[in-house]
Design a protein around this ligand. Structure first.
Ligand code: ATP
Ligand code: MN
Length: 473
């Protein structure tokens, strides 16, 4: 008895549309909240498609107009936010199994049809980038950001299930030896009137940290410190590169996943990279079905097929030298001519993956002159144990290596490359005390999301892209 009274006194608890649409428990009172996508109907009845972001699918609200105030119905337009009390019923119409017979509707916020930018018609992705504050409300971006969330959850699950520890490496870094690209300076000095040294240089000893600092380009060096005690660690955080690369695959601020493993050689590293990528893609196929089907239908008819084929096929493993041989024999002219010693450009990577092997390719053992100082040197004196994973449509999705664990060799390389030794003392000490073979890699999170969603521009897979001359929102 008390329970029944309580029940009628309480406002119905809000249900998510995703759960309502899957429910077989009909003819019960429910509450749903969300944003109106469309309204249609006639003088007697209105049909509202409501979405709350929990799924790509809308729920249909059936409004018997005679029971409602006319003004209220008028205000239920595309973009308006509402709360509906009603009965979940089996749907008579096509396209949905259940719908809501409305009893009571509360309007939280109206959206003026004259000015609300997201009317029913399709918008270009370019236009939606200009209204990134509202683009979450479209089917496309709802799907993309649900998938992005699922992938980030799967990253943590994968590592947690395999004895990896999530290590938070610093965003502000005092080492400029990461060597992965141009950096953004972090400073509180007065830009108009910075303190100067006797030689007229800017005096960074007066700066906030007492030295030059930048935003990190990679958490790898610090992750290595963690791995030499915790065995397996990973970082997953924002990284920053001040390169002026205006391409569909580069951001100035992007998220990177960097596992680092003690007692791993480059073959172990490759095994992990392949298993990890397949796990993530499989996770998306199993957990983001509706969203992937939508993207497959709207943007890329081969998306799901491509994802399945990556999961099912073994990646090709070749050396850089083998890759060059294939490229030199290619029946295609490249914009950048290729020879042993030059870095692979995107066109070369895509030739290998899309035209030649027709599957993901792992390229290892690059010339040491084009790779970072910390990579393990091979006995040939020319190559290092670097590893790139190349994907269809993306090119490089992962860059990694076995790290040089021999103190003298690492020090030689640091000197050869003109890296200030005094900045690297802490890194070098891991090779002095209890050094171990170890390896790791960096997966660009947005490149993964590009691949999984089938989108073509990296600006569309991060909520608020930062690119040269653009930091809006
Ligand atoms: P690229 O040659 O494509 O510019 P890179 O070799 O400079 O990349 P790494 O330093 O190896 O990149 O970084 C590891 C991974 O991070 C890359 O494999 C890629 O997935 C991702 N990545 C690198 N730079 C960017 C960027 N500017 N925007 C988004 N992702 C990036
Ligand atoms: Mn790389």
């Amino acid at each position: 008895m008390i329970l029944i009274i309580l029940h009628t006194l309480m406002e119905q608890r809000r249900s998510f549309i995703k759960d309502l649409l899957q429910s077989t428990d009909v003819d019960r009172d429910i509450n749903a909240k969300g944003w109106v996508r469309t309204k249609r109907g006639n003088k007697q009845v209105a049909f509202v498609a409501l979405n709350d972001g929990s799924t790509i699918n809308n729920i249909q609200i059936v409004i018997d107009i005679a029971n409602f105030d006319e003004d209220q119905i008028k205000n239920i337009t595309t973009g308006a936010s509402i709360s509906v009390n009603g009965t979940l019923v089996k749907s008579m119409g096509k396209g949905q199994s259940v719908e809501i017979q409305a009893k009571e509707i509360k309007i939280y916020g109206t959206a003026d049809p004259e000015t609300y930018p997201l009317q029913k018609k399709g918008h270009t992705l370019e236009f939606l980038r200009e209204i990134a504050h509202l683009r979450f409300r479209t089917n496309t971006f709802g799907a993309i950001f649900r998938i992005r969330h699922a992938m980030s959850f799967a990253v943590h699950k994968y590592f947690n299930d395999r004895n990896f520890y999530y290590l938070h490496t610093p965003i502000v870094t005092g080492s400029d030896a990461e060597g992965a690209g141009e950096m953004f300076r972090v400073s509180t000095l007065d830009m108009k009137n910075p303190p100067k040294t006797e030689d007229g240089e800017i005096d960074f000893s007066e700066d906030f940290f007492g030295k030059e600092t930048n935003l990190t380009v990679s958490g790898q060096l610090e992750a290595e410190l963690g791995a030499t005690a915790l065995s397996n660690v990973y970082t997953f955080g924002p990284t920053f590169r001040a390169e002026n690369s205006n391409t569909p695959r580069h951001l100035a601020e992007f998220w990177m996943i960097e596992p680092e493993m003690a007692f791993y050689d480059i073959d172990d590293d490759m095994d992990l990279a392949e298993d990890f990528l397949k796990y993530l893609i499989k996770y998306a196929l199993e957990n983001c079905k509706d969203d992937l089907e939508f993207l497959n239908k709207m943007y890329d008819n081969e998306l799901i097929e491509r994802l399945n084929s990556v999961v099912e096929n073994k990646f090709e493993r070749i050396t850089y030298t083998e890759a060059i041989d294939v490229l030199l024999k290619a029946d295609q002219k490249f914009e950048f001519p290729i020879k042993w010693g030059s870095d692979l450009q995107s066109e070369h990577e895509r030739y290998l993956v899309e035209k030649y092997y027709k599957k993901p390719v792992m390229v290892s053992d690059y010339p040491k002159i084009i790779k970072a100082f910390y990579m393990k040197q091979n006995d040939d004196g020319k190559t290092v144990r670097a590893l790139d994973v190349l994907f269809p449509r993306i090119g490089e999705i992962i860059g990694g290596s076995q790290r040089e664990e021999v103190y003298e060799k690492l020090l030689d390389r640091i000197k050869e490359m003109g890296i200030p030794e005094k900045d690297m003392w802490w890194y070098l000490e891991t090779r002095k005390f209890g050094t171990v073979p170890h390896s790791g890699f960096g997966l660009g999170f947005e490149r993964l999301i590009l691949f999984v969603t089938g989108m073509s521009n990296i600006r569309d897979v991060i909520p608020f892209p930062r690119t040269p001359k653009n930091a809006e929102f």
